[in-house]
Design a protein around this ligand. Structure first.
Ligand code: C2E
Ligand code: CA
Ligand code: CA
Ligand code: CA
Length: 281
C-alpha cells in the first residue's frame, strides 16, 4: 500500500504543482486587483411581475482581469473568501452599489425609489464591524436604509455562529432589509425563518426553470409563494427566462422576479439607458 501511495504521489505531483502554482498566481493577482480597483458591478433589474415596472436592482460583481478578461464571480469568490480578500471586495461592492442606487434615485426624482440588493459572504458576517460598514455605506451615499437589501444564503443562516444573529439584528435595526437567496436549495428546516429577521425570499432558479412544465416544480414554487405570503415576506423568483414561466409565477401571485427574460445583468451605462431612455449619453 505504501508503494502504491508513492506511485500515486509520483503521478499526481506535477498536476498538483501546476494547480498550486496557478492558485498562488491567482492569489497574487487578486491582491493586486484589490489595490488597483479591477472590480466592476453589473446591475440586474428586479421587476414587479404584475405591472412590469422595475422595483429594484441586484448588484453582481465582476473582475476585469488585465490579461484574462472579465472573470465571473463564481471563479474568484471562493478564493477571495479563503484568503479574506472578500472583506475589502465586499465592502467596495456595498459602497459602490449604494452610491449608484442613490444617484439613480436622485435622478428619478418623484418616482418610487429603487432598492439595491447586495450579496453578502459568510466571511463578511464573521466580522464584528459589519454593521458599522453597512451604516457608513448608507450615510456616505445618502441611500435610505429601506432601499438596501442584503442577500444571504440559507447555509449561511443555518450554520450561523451565535454572533451572526446579533449582527444581522444590528443591520436590521438600521432599517436595512434582509433576503434569503437561493431559497429551497438548502437542507434546512424552515425553523430559521422564525428566528431570523428576514423580509424577502428569493426562489431559486432551479424551481423557476421547471415551473411551466413539471407539476412538482410548480407545486413547490406555489408552496414557497404561499409560505412567503403567510409570513408577510416578499417573494422574488430568480432566473425567469421565458413568458411561460412569467405567467405561471404572476398567476401564482409571486410579487417580484428577475431573469434574462427581462434583462441580463447590465453595466451601469446600460442600466442608466434603461432607466432614463430619454437621456442622451
Ligand atoms: P446569485 O446571487 O444567485 O445571483 C444570480 C446569478 O444568476 C447571477 O450570476 C446572474 O447573472 C444569474 N442570472 C440572472 N438571471 C438569470 C437567468 O435568467 N438565467 C441564468 N442562467 N442565469 C441568470 P453571476 O452574476 O455570475 O453571479 C453568480 C453568483 O456569484 C451569485 O449568485 C452570487 O452568489 C455570487 N456573487 C455575485 N456578486 C457577488 C458579490 O458582490 N458578493 C458575493 N459575496 N457574492 C457575489
Ligand atoms: Ca443573490
Ligand atoms: Ca440566487
Ligand atoms: Ca424549462
Amino acid at each position: 500500500a505504501k508503494k502504491q501511495g508513492k506511485d500515486q504521489h509520483a503521478v499526481f505531483e506535477p498536476v498538483m504543482r501546476e494547480s498550486f502554482q496557478r492558485h498562488l498566481e491567482m492569489e497574487a493577482d487578486l491582491r493586486r486587483a484589490v489595490l488597483r480597483h479591477e472590480f466592476q458591478l453589473r446591475f440586474q433589474p428586479i421587476v414587479r411581475l404584475r405591472t412590469g415596472e422595475i422595483s429594484g436592482l441586484e448588484a453582481l460583481v465582476r473582475w476585469q482581469h488585465p490579461e484574462r478578461g472579465m472573470i465571473p464571480p463564481l471563479d474568484f469568490i471562493p478564493l477571495a473568501e479563503e484568503t479574506g480578500m472578500i472583506v475589502p471586495i465586499g465592502e467596495w461592492v456595498l459602497r459602490e452599489a449604494c452610491r449608484q442606487a442613490a444617484s439613480w434615485n436622485a435622478q428619478r426624482g418623484d418616482e418610487q425609489p429603487l432598492s439595491v440588493s447586495v450579496n453578502l459572504s459568510a466571511v463578511q458576517l464573521d466580522r464584528a464591524d459589519l454593521p458599522d460598514v453597512v451604516r457608513s455605506a448608507l450615510t456616505e451615499s445618502g441611500l435610505p436604509p429601506h432601499c438596501l437589501v442584503i442577500e444571504l444564503t440559507e447555509s449561511l443562516i443555518v450554520d450561523h455562529r451565535p454572533e451572526t444573529l446579533r449582527r444581522l439584528q444590528a443591520i436590521k435595526a438600521l432599517g436595512v432589509r434582509l433576503a434569503i437567496d437561493d431559497f429551497g436549495t438548502g437542507y434546512s428546516s424552515l425553523a430559521y425563518l422564525r428566528r431570523f429577521p428576514v423580509d424577502i425570499i428569493k426562489i431559486d432558479k432551479s424551481f423557476v426553470d421547471d415551473v411551466g412544465d413539471v407539476p412538482a416544480a410548480a407545486a413547490l414554487t406555489h408552496g414557497i409563494i404561499q409560505l412567503g405570503q403567510a409570513l408577510q415576506l416578499s417573494t422574488v423568483a430568480e432566473g425567469i427566462e421565458d413568458a411561460g414561466q412569467l405567467s405561471e409565477l404572476a398567476d401564482g401571485n409571486c410579487e417580484l422576479g428577475q431573469g434574462y427574460y427581462f434583462a441580463e445583468p447590465l453595466t451601469s451605462d446600460a442600466m442608466h439607458a434603461l432607466l432614463f431612455p430619454g437621456d442622451v449619453a
